[in-house]
Ligand binder design. Structure first.
Ligand SMILES: [Mg+2]
Length: 226
């Protein structure tokens, strides 16, 4: 055996919304913010529209995200963290899919690197990492000014579509992970590009478009629902 040969590092990437949990957290968050009167009815309906388009993979996600985040411009990061903590423990923590928890446990036993990869906020994804014990999370990141307030700007590209793949590739390169040996679990056609860039893609409770794509490519289709 070549003693210089490094062991192969494998990752298991998990999408969050409708994959690891059984609902879109963005929808729940918009509802939560409306109930707390931080957004009004129009903004709430607008966010539902964006989320619908997002789910179909046809939204201009960058401009929709800009508009959504602009609502928080000038809000202190610590306040947003606090709001997110409340939201997380009230609405999210109970929504992990049984199949997701089993699969995460399996990968940890196998010594794989468990990675949450999501279009959700840096605050929500960090709480999810801590709650379920992921090794790492890849999410959207927000710009903060010198006073500790959100500027409304964010890191581009968003962790969505091709942007998700790019971030996973960068991460794999840094950590010495082989994507060709790695797993990816997702529900959405918007993640097709990332699925095509890992060795072991799995469609989880997929939307109709992803179901068709997975069947065509003979990718496994699993049901993680309760
Ligand atoms: Mg999803």
């Amino acid at each position: 055996m070549d003693m210089n040969m490094k062991p192969i590092k494998v990752a298991a990437f998990f999408d969050f919304d409708r994959t690891f949990i059984d609902i879109n957290s963005g929808y729940l968050y918009a509802r939560f913010e409306k109930a707390n009167k931080r957004i009004n009815n129009t903004q709430f309906l607008q966010s539902l529209l964006w989320l619908g388009l997002y789910h179909l993979g046809i939204a201009d996600i960058d401009s929709a995200y800009s508009k959504a985040l602009a609502l928080y411009k000038g809000t202190s990061e610590s306040e947003v963290k606090e709001i997110t903590e409340k939201f997380f423990s009230r609405d999210i923590v109970s929504r992990a899919m049984p199949g997701a928890l089993r699969t995460l446990e399996y990968h940890k036993r196998m010594g794989h690197y468990a990675v949450l990869i999501t279009n959700s906020s840096p605050y929500l994804s960090k709480l999810a990492l801590e709650e379920w014990g992921f090794d790492h999370r890849i999410s959207n990141l927000y710009n903060i000014d010198t006073q500790g307030r959100l500027t409304g700007e964010f890191e581009r590209p968003l962790c969505y579509g091709k942007g998700k793949t790019l971030r996973a590739q960068k991460f794999a390169e840094t950590e010495g992970i082989l994507l060709s040996e790695s797993y990816f679990y997702t529900d959405s056609i918007s993640d097709l590009d990332m699925m095509e860039n890992v060795g072991l893609p799995f469609a989880i409770n997929p939307d109709p478009k992803l179901r068709r794509a997975a069947k065509k490519r003979k990718w496994p289709i699993l049901n993680w629902k309760h």
